[in-house]
Ligand binder design. Sequence first.
Ligand code: NDP
Length: 253
Amino acid sequence: MAGALGLLAGKRAVVTGGANPRGIGAAVVELFLAQGATVAVLDQAYPESAGPALAQGRVDLHCDVSQAASCEAALAHAAQVLGGVDILVNNAGIVAATRIWDLEEDEFRRMIDVNLTGTYNVTHAALPALLESTRRPAIVNLGSTAALRGGGLLGGSHYAASKGGVISFTKALARELGPRGVRANCVAPGIIETDMTLGKFGENWEQELKQGIPLQRFGLPADVAQAILFLASDLSSYSTGIVVDVNGGFHIH
Ligand code: NDP
């Protein structure tokens, strides 16, 4: 992204799952800061701490998105430190390739708990602040190509179901919250080079996969972050309930 355009100047953002420096969340945080936002980064990896303050535009807060109480506490803290919330990015997530014949109920439930209930928990906790915002509030959720093409390469049916749920949840949010001034949209990344995917395919399969992608490469976290910036910023002011594919043409539908 060229130059500091300040697309998010004056906006206060919450981004979940941003602790992994090689992940999509970290790329979102970096881009949002560069575009003038202040950012609360929520992740289970951060230690629980009584009262971290804003430093260089960001505050890092412990949050396990699968636990409603943890989300309520983190959002209360974020809204207080930032002075409100205008943007929410539900990025935290897990993946597993377990096929249906090996899938136990506990693993299925855990996937739904983190990816889908986690998106609900954080959204619900952020809602009072988002509804109070007078700065064109927006929610951006992380779906996946896996939800659109019948499962993923590295994601099993439980992952696909959780991300399909996130996409449906987002569309319903758009309908319910539009009249109250809040937009809600989704990105659906394809294969992105993060710890979720790196080194997971093996050399031969990786080459084969890349040859099948029209843009001939896997995506980078920054590719996804740029699409999220579009949906979080006023650039997408008349878009709500949409799913933006970020997959290099891997899935065209
Ligand atoms: P990473 O594993 O790099 O990042 C996910 C982050 O979420 C980590 O920091 C992780 O923390 C955190 N996290 C996991 N569980 C919880 C939880 N219960 N509470 C709070 N934080 C949690 O993954 P990616 O950057 O690749 O993925 C980001 C999002 O993009 C996910 O929703 C994923 O499903 C989606 N996506 C990714 C694709 C890809 O190819 N990479 C493709 C399609 C969608 P910790 O490290 O401590 O577990």
